[in-house]
Design a protein around this ligand. Structure first.
Ligand code: ATP
Ligand code: MG
Length: 404
């Protein structure tokens, strides 16, 4: 029979990879908990327009990376390529702005982008994202960056945190004009995509990965030189907070993001080892209003879980595994013992194979057990069990319950 393969860009996560993935996810969720973010479980499918409107028509995601389709009734839907659009849609639809002066939400789940698969780039990948709705205060931006910094520090991942401000409605137009003019001057050095971007979305040219484009934009007019008073204040307060929080950061005046909704603060955590971005975020002060809600400033970030897992150097530590071997007519006793040990939180595997001690111990080793628990007639009668440390070979008798 024909054997099936998974779809290109879609992966099974198994073994150590799955463990690292779960470890990263849990570490971040714990961090979000102590920062008092509340979880929102969002749908994977939204109306295509939710993404077109928020992420922006002229972005890579909307132009070429979307998994969009029509349902049976001809409605245009899409698998979500990111989480913020859906979070904003939910915030507005559920009138979350009416509940609290500001709202801190996080989401976790698969995202879908039709990209060329390569290391650290998949068509289904996973993100955890956090969003703060309802405050202009740069303290919110700083706390998010601090949270990101703490996550990376705890994971032992060596990154540089890059920050920039890309301004607001007031100050962006002047920069845009200057940038378009500058880009026209260096047009000969730009790739075709960037020539096309120049008039539609000139900021995106600053983010192009093509070396000639990178070189060509080095001297481009910087948004920082165009910031209005409010944006400048916001940015300098943010930097002040970052300094007070002892967060090392680098200002990157060419940092922009691949989504149109950002304003003022943008930031990225870039791996020093691989040069890839693992966490990215920023402020989006107009998006809620553009999605039909009341004017509500907001700021957030998203973590690529696979990318972070890739950078994890040490294996996450696991609890010891106990391999329980029943000998003879003792299954009732053995299963009660397994139940007790498991209720104490221990990881217990009951042997599903028959065989002599040698064979069973071999099995224990192959299952990577740390201890074998041996239960025979004698153990049952005396209400104890024998535990063997599989590393040292040392064996002792134990009464059930008190810790092993
Ligand atoms: P890139 O510039 O690498 O394409 P992006 O700007 O498209 O990233 P965001 O939309 O900001 O990325 O998503 C935030 C994070 O999600 C990224 O920093 C990355 O860690 C992760 N990510 C984005 N796209 C993918 C993908 N195709 N596969 C795996 N992880 C991804
Ligand atoms: Mg991308």
């Amino acid at each position: 029979m024909e054997e099936f393969q998974s779809v290109r860009g879609f992966h099974d996560l198994l073994g150590e990879e799955a463990k690292r993935f779960r470890y990263v996810s849990e570490l971040i969720r714990e961090k979000l908990r102590v920062y008092n973010f509340e979880e929102i479980v969002l749908p994977v499918v939204e109306y295509l327009e939710v993404f077109q409107r928020s992420i922006g028509e002229a972005t890579d995601i909307v132009q070429k990376e979307m998994f969009s389709f029509e349902d049976r009734k001809g409605r245009r839907l899409a698998l979500r390529p990111e989480g913020t659009a859906g979070a904003v849609r939910a915030y507005v639809q559920n009138r979350l702005y009416a509940l609290k002066p500001y709202v801190k939400l996080f989401y976790e789940g698969p995202m879908f982008r039709y990209e060329r698969p390569q290391a650290g780039r998949y068509r289904q990948f996973h993100q955890i994202g956090a969003e703060v709705f309802g405050t202009m205060d740069p303290l919110a931006d700083a706390e998010l960056i601090n949270l990101v910094h703490e996550i990376l520090l705890e994971m032992g991942i060596d990154v540089t945190i890059e920050v920039n401000s890309i301004g607001c409605k007031v100050c962006r137009p002047a920069h845009r004009d200057a940038l378009i003019e500058y880009l026209s001057g260096v047009e000969g050095h730009l790739c075709d995509v960037c020539i096309d971007r120049r008039d539609k979305n000139p900021l995106r040219v600053l983010d192009c990965k093509v070396p000639t484009c990178k070189e060509a934009v080095k001297e481009a007019p910087k948004m920082l030189d165009f910031l209005c008073h409010e944006c400048r204040e916001h940015y300098s307060k943010l930097k002040e907070h970052l300094t007070n929080l002892s967060i090392p950061y680098r200002e990157n005046p060419n940092l922009v993001r691949g989504l149109d909704y950002y304003t003022k603060t943008v930031f990225e955590a870039v791996s020093n080892e691989l040069g890839i971005t693992v966490i990215a975020g920023g402020r989006y002060d107009y998006l809620v209003e553009e999605m039909g809600g009341p004017p509500t400033p907001a700021v957030g970030f998203a973590v690529g879980i696979e990318r972070l897992s890739m950078l994890l150097r040490s294996e996450p530590k696991e609890d010891p595994l106990y391999f329980l071997i029943p000998f003879g007519e003792v299954l009732d006793y053995a299963l009660t013992l397994a139940k007790t040990l498991r209720s104490e939180g221990r990881r217990v595997e009951v042997s599903y194979r028959k065989g002599g001690l040698k064979k069973q111990l071999e099995l224990a080793n192959r299952l990577k057990a740390d201890y074998a628990i041996i239960v025979g007639e004698e153990e049952k009668l005396g209400n104890f069990y024998t535990i063997k440390d599989l590393k040292t070979g040392q064996q002792i008798r134990v009464q059930p319950s008190p810790s092993l």
